[in-house]
Design a protein. Structure first.
Length: 256
C-alpha cells in the first residue's frame, strides 16, 4: 500500500552514491524518515533529490509500525527561495526544522503545527519572519505539551501578576514567585520585559494559522522585537528548549 501526502523536508543525509535518507514532516502522517533509493540520479522519481526545507508531495510505503519507510516519489512544490538569499533567515529555518524533528515522534500527526510551519517558512522566506520565528517555537512547545506556565508560579501555583517573578524554571514548569525561587536551583533569570514578551508570544501562538503576518507593521512589539526584546525572548526560549531536550540543538549556534 502506498501513501500520498504533502510534507516539508526537515532533515536529510546521503546514504550511498545515489540514495538518500530524508526526514519529512508530513501533514497527514506526521514525521516520517524514509530511504529514497536512486534519489540523487538526475532522472529519478525524486527530481534529483529531496532538498532540506523544500515542501512537496511525497509518496511512500509505510512498512510496519514506526521506523524507516520507503519513499517512492517526491515532487517539490515550494523551495522557499527567499531563504537561500538570506543567511540569517535560512539559519532560523534550519533551527525550526531541527526543533520539529527533535520534538515530534515518527508518524504522530500534527496537522495544525504543519500549517504553522508552512506559514513560518513563508514568512522567513519573505524576509519578515523574526516574530513568526519566535511564535513558532512557542507553538511547537504548546503542541507537544512543554510550554512554560507564565501566569502563575510553577511550583506553588500562586498568581504572580508578573512583577514578582524574577526566575523561570523548566523543572518546575514555568515562572517562579519570589517565595519559591530561593528553593529551586535549576532556574534562569527572567526580566519583567522578558516575561511580558513571552506572554505576548504565547497569546499570539494560541491563534489559528492565517495568511497574515503575526504582527502587523507598526503594531506594538512589531519592529521593536527585532532587537532587544526579541533577543531576550530567544534567549529564554533557548534555555527552555535546551532544558527540554537535555542538550543544545545542533543548529542553535547559528542563531544570532
Ligand atoms: Zn511560588
Amino acid at each position: 500500500m502506498l501513501v500520498k501526502d504533502i510534507g516539508i523536508c526537515v532533515g536529510r543525509q546521503e546514504y550511498s552514491e545515489t540514495s538518500q535518507i530524508a526526514t519529512i514532516f508530513t501533514r497527514g502522517q506526521g514525521k516520517i524518515r524514509g530511504i529514497a533509493k536512486g534519489a540523487r540520479r538526475a532522472k529519478s522519481k525524486f527530481g534529483g533529490g529531496i532538498e532540506l526545507l523544500s515542501r512537496g508531495q511525497v509518496v511512500f510505503s509505510p512498512g510496519h509500525g514506526r521506523g524507516l519507510v520507503t519513499l517512492t516519489e517526491w515532487t517539490a512544490q515550494e523551495n522557499y527561495l527567499g531563504l537561500r538569499r538570506d543567511l540569517r533567515q535560512l539559519y532560523r529555518a534550519y533551527y525550526l526544522a531541527e526543533l520539529v524533528d527533535l520534538f515530534t515522534e515518527e508518524q504522530d500527526r500534527h496537522e495544525q503545527l504543519y500549517d504553522f510551519f508552512c506559514q513560518g517558512l513563508s514568512e522567513l522566506s519573505s524576509g519578515r519572519g523574526w516574530e513568526e520565528f519566535l511564535v513558532f517555537q512557542v507553538r511547537l512547545l504548546m503542541e507537544v505539551g512543554l510550554s512554560p506556565q507564565l501566569s502563575s508560579c510553577g511550583r506553588c501555583g500562586k498568581g504572580s501578576g508578573g512583577r514578582a517573578a524574577g526566575h523561570i524554571s523548566f523543572s518546575e514548569g514555568g515562572i517562579l514567585c519570589r517565595g519559591c525561587a530561593g528553593g529551586v536551583s535549576e532556574k534562569e533569570r527572567i526580566s519583567p520585559a522578558g516575561l511580558e514578551i513571552l506572554r505576548k508570544l504565547s497569546s499570539h501562538a494560541a491563534r489559528s494559522p492565517t495568511n497574515e503576518p503575526t504582527y502587523k507593521q507598526g503594531e506594538a512589539g512589531g519592529a521593536v522585537l527585532e532587537d532587544e526584546k526579541g533577543r531576550q525572548a530567544q534567549k529564554l526560549l533557548n534555555y527552555w528548549v535546551r532544558s527540554a531536550l537535555n542538550r543544545e540543538p545542533k543548529t542553535a549556534y547559528l542563531l544570532c
